[in-house]
Design a protein around this ligand. Structure first.
Ligand SMILES: Cc1cc2nc3c(=O)[nH]c(=O)nc-3n(C[C@H](O)[C@H](O)[C@H](O)COP(=O)(O)OP(=O)(O)OC[C@H]3O[C@@H](n4cnc5c(N)ncnc54)[C@H](O)[C@@H]3O)c2cc1C
Length: 378
């Protein structure tokens, strides 16, 4: 391509920003346009600490104007509404934007089909949801708090379970610290008898033992039926709940419906191992938006979004000069399941599955990682 190419990146989360960094490391001259409603990174992993007051919104929202300036990125403050011309034109609320290559990183969406879902807080929807949990906990004098998650029936890895264990253990620790744990019952519910099995069976056993140790009741192995204002109803019985935190399975963004992009059984964008959206030239996907080939435990994590972003950027730049697109990403689950005072480290690759038991140092490391991660965007 004789003139500098026009590359468009959709979203301003982990996958999109890592894509920008990876593109710029290899190409200083490309025109990069990034489309997202706000020039802000919301560091969602830190929102588990909002209910206890360990973090506030201001700690977790990073304004991106300085980063965009450093990276020479043009930010268009708009919502993407669809695609045209095989992906060469992005339709947005601020008008159409053309490109030579496109990276989609607009995250996922949670399925809100279950009857009564409006009675639950969906904690992973963002910082506002975590603030709502904080405020309700403060207002409650006692009662039952029910915390659970479910997956996508057609796509086993379109699930976000890890943070729900963090909210569960974090709230338990918080109530103990406040000296009012005995006024509350905590119930963990899940349609599987092995909740969190993508983390590995060792981890599931550890998590269930930790619940027993903390006197958390479990309601496992029963399909969800509905939620009511003060009740969780499953096929295996119902129980009262004054506060319900529930994460449904994930699916694709609604704007995907206004495109001809290939979709996975769970409604995500169907990609290959090089992060290319199947059947579309120079259209790539990274992060929660995509469905990628790999093991059924492949996580929907910021860490995976970062790894995929590097592969997508490398392949995109190769394709623009007619090169071979051979970059792939490693599959790695890496997380610290935090409990407010300690953390449990889980690491899984196709070859290994490591679990290191709750230690104070892992809680500290999670905070250090957050600071270092956010510093690169400040
Ligand atoms: C509470 C919690 C704890 C977590 N803990 C961890 C952890 O410890 N480790 C880990 O690796 N991961 C963790 N995750 C998961 C991680 O946050 C996600 O996997 C990650 O955010 C996915 O990155 P993404 O770039 O695909 O999407 P997102 O980060 O969701 O970014 C999507 C971006 O697209 C934008 N967007 C959406 N729709 C449109 C549209 N129509 N037009 C334009 N822009 C749009 C959004 O505004 C946003 O900027 C956690 C998540 C939560 C909620």
């Amino acid at each position: 391509m004789a003139t500098s190419p026009h590359i468009t990146v959709l979203g301003a989360g982990f996958g999109a920003l890592s894509t920008v960094r990876a593109l710029r490391q290899r190409d200083r001259s490309a025109h990069i346009t990034l489309v997202a409603p706000r020039a802000e990174l919301h560091y969602l992993p830190g929102s588990i600490w909002i209910p206890s007051g360990l973090r506030t919104r201001a700690d977790l929202v990073v304004p991106l104007a300085p980063f965009f300036q450093r990276m020479n990125v043009q930010h268009v403050a708009a919502e993407v509404t669809g695609l045209d011309e095989g992906g060469r034109m992005v339709l947005t609320s601020a008008g159409p934007i053309t490109n030579d290559a496109l990276v989609i990183a607009t995250g996922g969406r949670f399925i809100k089909k279950m009857p009564g879902i409006e009675h639950a807080i969906t904690p992973c929807e963002g910082i506002a949801a975590a603030e709502k949990i904080r405020d309700q906990l403060r207002a409650m004098q006692g009662g039952t708090i029910a915390i659970g998650f479910a997956g996508h029936p057609q796509e086993p890895n379109a699930v976000r379970g890890g943070p729900m264990f963090e909210f569960l253990f974090g709230i338990d620790t918080q109530l103990r610290r406040e000296g009012r744990r005995n006024q509350f019952e905590l119930v963990f519910f899940n349609p599987s008898t092995e909740p969190g099995n993508r983390l590995g069976l060792k981890t599931v056993r550890h998590l269930l033992a930790e619940m027993a140790r903390r006197d958390i009741t479990t309601h496992l192995g029963h399909k969800m039926v509905r939620l009511e204002a003060n009740k969780v109803v499953t096929e295996g019985g119902e129980f009262a709940a004054d506060l319900i935190l529930f994460m449904p399975g994930m699916t694709g963004n609604t704007w995907f419906d206004n495109t001809a992009l290939a979709r996975s059984p769970g409604g995500l964008l169907q990609a290959d191992a090089q992060c290319r959206v199947s059947g579309h030239e120079r259209v790539y996907v990274v992060g929660d938006s995509g469905s990628f080939p790999g093991p059924d435990w492949m996580p929907k994590q910021a860490h995976m979004a970062d790894l995929q972003a590097r592969a997508a950027a490398q392949n995109l730049l190769a394709s623009l000069v007619g090169g071979v697109q051979e970059a792939t990403f490693k599959v790695e689950l890496m997380c610290i399941i935090d409990a407010l005072d300690t953390g449990t480290l889980v690491w899984r690759t196709p070859q290994r599955n490591v679990l290191l038991p709750p230690l104070r140092i892992f809680h500290w490391l999670k905070g250090r990682f957050e600071k270092r991660y956010l510093d690169q965007y400040r």
